[in-house]
Design a protein around this ligand. Structure first.
Ligand SMILES: CC/C=C\CC(=O)SCCNC(=O)CCNC(=O)[C@H](O)C(C)(C)COP(=O)(O)OP(=O)(O)OC[C@H]1O[C@@H](n2cnc3c(N)ncnc32)[C@H](O)[C@@H]1OP(=O)(O)O
Length: 748
């Protein structure tokens, strides 16, 4: 009966809009001040249910105006005698993406979330949250303040504040453990992991899950609970269930976050806040939450993480120096893609494409290697499918030994050896075989895109795609446009990246592109520091304490020293005499002795066997370094962590400024996203360019000048002119750097 009268989602949105209009005129509000642009709307449904709809696209974030509207509309629902219960939902199938993160950058105005949620929970009429799409952060905390929660089966719920350098500071750290218990709350709050509606139901986070109309289900529930006691439904009044092993649980959680967070303070504060929930009454726990939140809120780490959140979204709005832009370039539809070369990278790319739902022709010249690749790719797809609970996309892939099999594809991703001669041959072949208009993309970590494009009939169709290993897992994709790449080719590469669930960053063509170009001076400094007296352990420890998952030497042992050696040999760096410019042959000398890292059991460290993973300091390496220094006239001196960080990181940052100056990256966000997602730069430090701003550009300049004076034969330590210009321009904030780049005469 009730549901027969209940409107469909479309009709319902119209009804809401109509009642909102009526409401506006009833309260005589002025729409010109934008108040009703971002708000919550009110309507009455099924006679006695007040329906409040959050309306703040795109994710119904709880901005100041939304919070005020919610308070006003709850008051209204409570004051109307006909209304017996309330449902809160979000417009456009999204309940709420949480607090409005943009507001965190300015002075916060409007009613605070905590008392708003407390008032909601205190309501004498039952309040039901109708959760669709997402309930995240403050959005989930709002739902926890409601007396009942109904979720659509496709909803994702979570408290991801920790990823923004915060904790769930609107009561989430106190209510969630009371509702789902300490172990689950600790896990969810310290990781920020989203859960599915099914898992939420299992945890007791929601009361009911529906595959159908969520609001309809919520209204039904609201009608059924009208007038019933709410005593047991107010989470704040419940006792936090405390398992007997709680102390050990907190101890273990603290150790885990300290180990994995590498200096990030938010996960530690999250454990402390949940501990307060387990040990203190609600009100005192809330005080603790507030204090911890205040410390986090003003920390540089929160600023860095929130900057990174927006940067990861900003990179999709790409532009090139020639004027091509994301909003004026249309990607071409792509249905069928070929991958040429099924080594490690080609296999990962094949998996990522198939998982994105694209038809793939996977080509490898030798039958035996093709069959081996097929076996491995199938295994990867099966494991991925198991994790996602979906069928594996095995039938999306056709395997072939014949390059002619790519004749009818829309796009080719070449993933053969990182060797220009081999790639050129393949590109000439592809250009002859493929149907007209086929995009020819190359997976390369630094080779010249223009040189490859010159092998083809249509260089405008050629774009670089720098995938990171493992290609089906890593989020980052550098999309490299050449001098002649068309805007449509760039747009198509960006779109394919998005389809593969990657964050793609469009960058210009130069040796190493953005990521690897900046890595060069960083690695060089690490080698020079060894020459001057450091050990691999000292350098790695400094970098790991800074927050890198692995120091530079442990990392090169893992990826294999022979890879860089091959590149250096190809560039003739190994054989060249380096007169004006310092070059350290240390890496080459290790390779000449067969020390390729983990795979050979020896590298910068020693391992118990080839393929071993536990790095141990190697006395042989230490005495080798001593002999090397003695032979080459280096006098070992004491090097401290600060010098390691300044030499390695400032040289890398300096190259970042050069990249901005050369317009290889269109803004500092591009570089920072590449470094956080591709090079394990600690996320809570924002990225190298954000870090430069935090340290202070004057200090970076001063230190680079100092080190360059000491090492005039290291050009990468010479401060670049953009850095000087920014300092001369009064050190503008990071979002204004682009103005100085675009207008060299700018006086901000
Ligand atoms: C006292 C403090 C109490 C609580 C603290 C909090 O609540 S902190 C906020 C916690 N919430 C989150 O961390 C959620 C962040 N958002 C997301 O994870 C995703 O955006 C979401 C909601 C899953 C949607 O993903 P989707 O891929 O569909 O879209 P996209 O990420 O591109 O976002 C679209 C645009 O919305 C902006 N946006 C998203 N969330 C917020 C937010 N909470 N506040 C402000 N703006 C938000 C995002 O920046 C995008 O904007 P655009 O201009 O298009 O780049």
């Amino acid at each position: 009966m009730i549901f027969g009268r209940y409107p469909s989602r479309d009709k319902q949105d119209k009804a809401i809009a109509v009642s909102a209009k009526k409401f506006r005129s009833a309260v005589g509000s002025d729409t010109s001040n934008g108040l009703f642009g971002n708000m919550a709307l009110y309507s009455r449904v099924s006679g006695s249910v007040g329906l409040i709809t959050l309306q703040n696209p795109p994710v119904n974030a709880l901005s100041a105006v939304v919070r005020q509207s919610l308070i006003d509309l709850m008051d209204r629902a409570l004051s109307e005698p006909e209304v017996k219960s309330v449902v809160i939902c979000g417009q456009n199938g999204k309940f709420c993406g949480g607090a409005d993160i943009k507001e965190f950058r300015s002075d916060m105005t409007g009613p605070p979330l905590v008392p708003m949620i407390d008032r909601l929970e205190l309501s004498s009429k039952p309040v039901v949250a109708a959760i669709e799409g997402v309930a995240l952060g403050g959005g989930l905390e709002l739902a926890l303040g409601c007396h009942y929660r109904v979720a659509h089966s496709k909803t994702r719920l979570g408290l991801p504040e920790v990823t923004l350098g915060l904790l769930p500071g609107a009561g989430g750290t106190q209510r969630l453990p009371r509702l789902v218990g300490i172990p689950a709350a600790l896990e969810l709050i310290t990781t920020g992991r989203h859960v599915t509606a099914a898992e939420a139901l299992q945890l007791g986070l929601v009361d009911f899950v529906t595959d159908h109309n969520t609001i309809e289900a919520a209204v039904k529930l609201a009608l059924s609970v009208a007038g019933k006691s709410l005593d047991s439904r107010r989470i704040s009044t419940c006792k936090c269930p405390r398992p007997p092993y709680a102390d050990a649980l907190f101890e273990e959680a603290m150790q885990r976050v300290r180990r994995s967070a590498r200096g990030a303070i938010a996960p530690v504060a999250c454990v402390q806040a949940v501990h307060a929930a387990a040990t203190l009454p609600f009100a005192r726990g809330m005080e603790q939450e507030k204090q911890l939140m205040a410390t986090l809120f003003t920390s540089g780490q929160a600023r860095a993480l929130q900057y990174q959140f927006f940067a990861q979204r900003a990179v999709s709005r790409w532009s090139t120096p020639s004027g091509a832009r994301w909003d004026t370039s249309k990607p071409r539809p792509v249905h069928k893609v070929a991958v040429i070369g099924l080594g490690t990278m080609g296999r990962g790319i094949t998996v990522a494409l198939a998982q994105a739902g694209l038809s793939v022709v996977a080509v490898e010249t030798h039958e035996k290697q093709l069959m081996e690749a097929k076996r491995v790719v199938s295994g990867m797809l099966e494991r991925g499918a198991k994790r996602l609970g979906a069928p594996p996309a095995l039938d999306k892939i056709n395997y072939s030994c014949e390059i002619q099999a790519v004749a009818d594809v829309d796009l080719v991703i070449e993933a053969v050896f990182e060797d220009m001669v081999v790639k050129k041959t393949v590109f000439r072949q592809l250009s002859a075989i493929c149907k007209p208009g086929t995009f020819l993309f190359t997976n390369t970590s630094g080779l010249d895109i223009d040189e490859l494009a010159a092998q083809t009939r249509n260089p405008e169709l050629v774009v670089g795609m720098h995938f990171f290993a493992p290609a089906h897992v890593m989020k980052l994709l550098e999309v490299v446009y050449g001098r002649r790449s068309s805007s449509q080719a760039v747009a198509t590469a960006m779109k394919i990246g998005k389809n593969m669930d990657k964050i793609s960053v469009a960058v210009g063509n130069c040796s190493g592109f953005v990521g690897n170009r900046m890595l060069r001076p960083y690695l060089d400094q690490a080698f020079f520091l060894l020459e001057e007296g450091a050990t691999p352990e000292l350098v790695d420890q400094a970098l790991e304490e800074f927050g890198f998952a692995m120091g530079v030497f442990r990392m090169s042992d893992l990826s294999g020293l022979d890879i860089g050696w091959k590149v250096r040999k190809a560039k003739e760096m190994v054989s060249k005499t380096h007169q004006d410019c310092r070059y350290s042959p240390l890496g080459d000398l290790l390779c000449e002795r067969g020390r390729f890292g983990q795979k050979t059991g020896r590298g910068w460290y020693q391992y118990d066997k080839p393929g071993g993973r536990v790095a141990k300091p190697d006395p042989w390496l230490h005495s080798f370094l001593e002999k090397y220094r003695a032979q080459r006239g280096f006098v070992a001196r004491r090097i401290d962590h600060q010098e390691v960080l300044e030499r390695c990181l400032y040289a890398l940052i300096n190259e970042g400024f050069r990249i901005l100056e050369d317009r290889i990256a269109s803004g500092p966000e591009d570089i920072d996203v590449i470094y956080v997602l591709g090079y394990s730069w600690p996320r809570h430090r924002g990225g190298p360019m954000f870090y430069a701003q935090m340290v202070g550009l004057s200090r970076i300049l001063e230190k680079l000048e100092y080190y360059h004076q000491l090492h005039l034969d290291i050009p990468s330590l010479q401060p670049c002119s953009l850095l000087r210009k920014l300092v001369a321009n009064g050190r503008p904030p990071i979002h204004k750097w682009v103005e100085v780049i675009k207008n060299p005469h700018s006086h901000l």
